[in-house]
Design a protein around this ligand. Structure first.
Ligand code: 5GP
Length: 194
């Protein structure tokens, strides 16, 4: 089963996705590919597969991506099919953490994907988080904020909306969504088997 955690940059969806898979052994987060520079503390292959523009384009041309987008500052991000297949192959459900355009692409191609939009408690809080992280230039933070304002209006396009007011509470809410989706799936399987 495929779960997509989406929402604006700075809403806390990365933390949500990580905390979710820490709680559950039946889920794993797919490691995306990106052309953006590595932040301090990030590891290649763990946080992202950091690719050059030429490598990324080559993988686009060979059809390696389930979805990919051009994001702010010309940086590119994409979900590698091989990552998702590796997780499914290990018998686990897959969690994708995506900005909204990629999330919509996945919705269109994998109609049984369950999508969760994570929103910050307020726009002021989102701005504070992005500035506090201070990993991007002022110009790029401005671009991310402008995009976040646009993305806030897209919440209604997804199956569920979770407000990240408190990390543990919000993760609990996402976990309950996962549980319901997985138990629906297993009930349907049992029905088919009888
Ligand atoms: P960041 O640079 O802060 O790590 O990520 C920027 C945005 O790209 C975040 O909203 C993140 O969720 C999104 N993102 C990360 N990986 C992917 C991906 O593979 N595909 C898409 N569409 N978005 C991604």
């Amino acid at each position: 089963r495929l779960f997509v955690v989406t929402g604006p940059s700075g809403a806390g969806k990365g933390t949500q996705a990580r905390r979710l898979v820490e709680r559950r052994r039946d889920l794993a987060v797919a490691v995306s590919a990106t052309t953006r520079p590595r932040r301090p503390g990030e590891e290649d292959g763990r946080d992202y597969h950091f690719l050059s523009e030429a490598e990324f384009q080559h993988r686009v041309d060979t059809g390696d991506f389930l979805e990919h987008v051009d994001y702010v500052s010309g940086h590119r991000y994409g979900t590698l099919r091989a990552e998702v297949e590796r997780i499914f192959g290990s018998g686990r459900s897959c969690v994708l953490e995506l900005e909204t355009q990629g999330a919509k692409e996945v919705q269109a191609t994998a109609s049984d994907a369950v999508t969760v939009f994570v929103r910050p408690p307020s726009f002021a809080e989102l701005e504070r988080r992005l500035r506090e992280r201070a990993t991007e230039s002022a110009g790029e933070i401005g671009e991310r904020l402008a995009l976040a304002r646009h993305q806030a209006g897209e919440a209604g396009d997804f199956d569920h909306v979770v407000t990240n007011d408190d990390v543990e509470r919000a993760v609990g809410e996402i976990e309950a969504i996962v549980d319901r989706a997985l138990s629906r799936r297993s009930a349907a399987g049992k029905l088919r088997a009888t």
